[in-house]
Structures are given as structure tokens and as C-alpha cells.
Design a protein around this ligand. Structure first.
Ligand code: PXG
Length: 288
């Protein structure tokens, strides 16, 4: 595996960062998870734009242009001879001293890894997945906005551990007011009476690239869509529920906290959007 690290392509065993890197010491940094399908990097511009918005929010000067960053991603995938890939792009504050002051970190570190990821077993994509609601609440947007894709994922990891303990693969997180936010690494959608509903960004969520793609596809089909606040009762009584994410793609949810959703099978709106997404992802994106 060839990895991009601070301006150079290096072998995996040479791809090491400093123990003084503030990404390691404090989680001070940002990242993106991106996919390539069929020789094209899917929604590359959208991911790079979100990375630079995360950087802007944490006052991090990445030091390379968006165009250069897109080329770093494309070149990393090419160097590994991949046509389908899961790409991890990380920008940390860089090496500093043992204090948390970012002014002590003169140069951010940029890492790009192109590999693969498999989130859930294939049978769950076909038959649906059961999830729980985590007791851990999503961290509040005015403490650390979930819109920043930061290297601080402890909130999500704590919820993931609740899912593990419950014997399921995902957990839903609620915000401080009890509104549904998202899963640990995926956005959530419900369908009720033919309307597709997903939490508004003001619920305190990551504005997922897959989420936005699914909303676009649904609007093109003429499916009524709403970005709104909703509660667990709305999930329990929905006709359909599914999660979206770069890693997970689209996965149907057929039970939440032991409540069977709809008829307990992946629903028609989900199946229509999944087929449209797969077709769209295979044929769109930045060619390698
Ligand atoms: N919410 C959160 C908190 C995420 O981390 C999404 C939603 C979906 O966003 P996109 O843009 O991917 O549609 C994410 C992204 C993993 C993993 O291994 C998950 C993500 C990123 C990296 C790794 O579970 N999710």
C-alpha cells in the first residue's frame, strides 16, 4: 500500500506521524472518508469542500489549495492501482509541544490512504438491520458542532460501544432535546406516508454527502422530501427507515429498540433509492 504523507508517497511501514502530532495528542484535526467506484472518485469536490469548511471552522490553514488536495486524492488511488476504493484523507494540526496551544504546531500534517472498507454483512443490506438508540447524546452543536468532521469521534465511539453491548451494529443518537440526529457514522432517513424525512442540519448532524445525494435523487423522482426535527416515536411509527454514509452506502433499518419498522422488510422507497444510488455512483465522479 502506498500512502501520501506530507508531500510524499511512501510505503505503509514508512507512513508514520509524530507522537507530538496534536491530532494524536488532542484529536486536533479533521478528516474525510471518500469512495471511488468504477474508476471514478465519487463526489470528490463535495468532500474536499466539506474538508475545507471543517478546516475553516477550527481555524486550520491546510496550506494546499483545494485543487491540489483533489490531485492528492486522485494520485493516491492511482498509485495503488485501485478502481474501487475507500479513501481516508486526514489533516491534523501537526507536531507541536505537549501543550494544547495550536500556535506551537507550525505545519499541518496531510495523510491520504486508499484502501477498502466493509461496514455491515451483505445479508443486512438485503434483509435489513436492527439498531438501538444510544443513551449517550450527540455532543451539542455549541460545544463541538457535529458539522465539523473532526478527529474527535469519542462521542460516536461511546455510542458504538453501546450498540456492541446490545448485540447490534449501529446506534441512533439523539440531541440534548431528544430530537433524532444520526447514527455513529451514518445519517438517518424515515419514510412516512410517502414523504422522505431526514433530520435538518440544525438537529446537530454531519451534513452527509450521501445524505445530500439521496435527497437529490429523491427530488428527481418527485418523492416529497423534508429536512426537519423529529423524535424517536416518529422512527418507531415510520413506514421505512434507512441509514446513509460513504462507508455504509444505503442500509435498510427494520427494527429500532425492538420496534419492527413498517412490515419488517426493506421498503419500496428504500429499494428505489438504493437502485438509483448504485447506478448514479457507478457512472458519476472524478475520473482517475
Ligand atoms: N454522520 C457521521 C457522524 C459520520 O461520521 C456520516 C454521517 C455520513 O456522511 P457521508 O458524507 O459519508 O455520507 C458520517 C461519515 C466508519 C466511518 O468507519 C464512517 C464515516 C466516516 C468514516 C468512517 O464507520 N461516516
Amino acid at each position: 500500500m502506498i500512502i501520501f504523507l506530507d508531500g510524499k508517497f511512501v510505503e505503509e511501514k514508512e507512513a508514520n506521524v509524530s507522537v507530538f502530532d496534536h491530532g494524536f495528542l488532542y484529536g486536533d484535526g479533521i478528516f474525510e472518508g471518500i469512495r471511488a467506484y468504477n474508476g471514478r472518485v465519487f463526489k470528490l469536490k463535495e468532500h474536499i469542500d466539506r474538508l475545507y469548511e471543517s478546516a475553516q471552522a477550527i481555524l486550520l490553514d491546510i496550506g494546499v489549495s483545494r485543487k491540489e488536495m483533489m490531485d492528492i486524492v486522485l494520485e493516491t488511488v492511482r498509485k495503488n492501482n485501485l478502481s474501487d476504493a475507500y479513501i481516508r484523507l486526514v489533516v491534523s494540526r501537526g507536531a507541536g509541544d505537549l501543550g494544547l496551544d495550536p500556535r506551537k504546531c507550525p505545519k499541518p500534517s496531510i495523510v491520504c490512504i486508499a484502501g477498502s472498507i466493509k461496514m455491515y454483512p451483505q445479508s443486512m443490506y438485503e434483509n435489513g438491520m436492527e439498531i438501538i438508540t444510544a443513551a449517550t447524546r450527540r455532543n451539542s452543536a455549541d460545544a463541538l458542532s457535529p458539522r465539523i468532521k473532526s478527529l474527535n469521534y469519542l462521542n460516536n465511539i461511546m455510542a458504538k460501544m453501546e450498540a456492541n453491548r446490545a448485540g447490534v451494529m449501529e446506534a441512533l443518537l439523539l440531541n440534548q432535546e431528544g430530537y433524532v440526529c444520526e447514527a455513529t457514522g451514518d445519517n438517518v432517513f424515515i419514510v412516512k406516508d410517502g414523504v422522505l424525512i431526514t433530520p435538518t442540519i440544525y438537529a446537530g448532524i454531519l451534513k452527509g454527502v450521501t445524505r445530500d445525494t439521496v435527497l437529490d435523487l429523491a427530488r428527481n423522482f418527485g418523492i416529497p422530501c423534508r429536512e426537519d426535527l423529529f423524535n424517536l416515536i416518529d422512527v418507531y411509527t415510520a413506514d421505512e427507515c434507512f441509514l446513509t454514509g460513504t462507508a455504509a452506502e444505503l442500509i435498510p433499518i427494520t427494527a429500532v429498540d425492538s420496534r419492527i419498522i413498517g412490515d419488517g422488510k426493506p421498503g419500496p422507497v428504500f429499494r428505489k433509492l438504493l437502485a438509483a444510488f448504485q447506478e448514479y455512483a457507478r457512472s458519476n465522479g472524478e475520473p482517475l
